[in-house]
Design a protein around this ligand. Structure first.
Ligand code: G1P
Length: 284
């Protein structure tokens, strides 16, 4: 049973500057909801009720977004803007939230380690807010199902190209079923020459609690950051780890172009925008 999820949201969002100079990257809006809300809704859709968000300085807008907003609610009530009122209330009721500070930007592995006390000794999910998944069965639910079957940590995989080997962790796979792979080795952003395969790690994980010990033993990389990929490599010394080729679509909203593509494609899926937007793009 996976009860809790961790969403790391403490980075500076440098790839989005200047938009992220004074607001969290995770609060940038994709169509009409902030990036982080996609991850939260996915976790909630998978049955997760408690979410630990790793934050840093300047991230309080995230806390406000998932909190009650009595003044706004009163205003919307008075103006009889019922749809907005319901939506605003729904967001604040999505899950229980716990905010944990990462005081220094020491990498994704380090950010996840900050959740050790919150998680305790149980398996948990991790969702990186940069990745938006559009799947019939929530992507993290797909991983949880694999976890339940194999009783081991699972990471989500997607096929990538040469460019992707510079952006993602890449695994050395041993195929088990059509979509399940045993991870024999993995390396962070190896580049095309050193990549083991075209199977990339793309932002969703289910971990056994032993990952925390592995993170503690992980050496920082050459930028001084503790990478979760390196911690998983250490975990492999003691436990099996699986990869799962998910079913559905994923948008990489982690850089400006991917973010724009995600915005356009998700807007095209919305009936109220689809035709007008398509016509507009044709005429650009
Ligand atoms: C992180 C992980 C990387 C993974 C990627 C998925 O990298 O370190 O292994 O492939 O997320 O989006 P980042 O995008 O934070 O540089």
């Amino acid at each position: 049973m996976i009860r809790k999820a961790v969403i790391p949201a403490a980075g500076f969002g440098t790839r989005f500057l200047p938009a992220t100079k004074a607001q969290p990257k995770e609060m940038l809006s994709v169509v009409d909801q902030p990036l982080i809300q996609y991850g939260v809704e996915e976790a909630v859709g998978a049955g997760i009720k408690s979410i630990g968000v790793i934050i840093g300085r300047g991230k309080s807008a995230i806390e406000d977004h998932f909190d009650r907003s009595p003044e706004l609610e009163r205003f919307l009530e008075e103006k009889q803007k019922t749809d907005y009122l319901e939506e605003v209330r729904r967001i604040s009721n999505l899950a229980e939230f716990c905010y944990i500070r990462q005081k220094e930007a020491l990498g994704l592995g380090h950010a996840i380690l900050m959740a050790e006390d919150y998680i305790g000794n149980e398996p948990f999910a991790v969702l990186l807010p940069d990745d938006i998944f559009d799947c019939e069965k929530p992507c993290i639910r797909q991983l949880i199902d694999v976890y339940s079957e194999y009783n081991a940590s699972v990471i989500v995989l997607g096929r990538t190209d040469e460019e992707g080997t510079k952006k993602y962790g890449i695994i050395k796979p041993k195929q088990i079923t059509e979509r399940v792979f045993q991870v024999e080795d993995l390396v962070e952003k190896p580049g095309p020459e050193k990549a083991f395969s075209d199977l990339a790690v793309i932002g969703r994980y289910v971990f056994t609690p032993e990952i925390f010990e592995a993170i503690k033993q992980t050496e920082p990389d050459n930028k001084g950051e503790i990478q979760i990929t390196d911690a998983i490599k250490l975990l492999l010394e003691n436990q099996l780890v699986y990869g799962y080729l998910f079913e559905g679509k994923r948008y990489d909203a982690g850089d400006k172009l991917g973010f724009i593509q995600a915005t356009v494609e998700l807007a095209l899926k919305r009936p109220e925008f689809a035709n007008k937007l398509r016509n507009h793009i044709k005429n650009c």
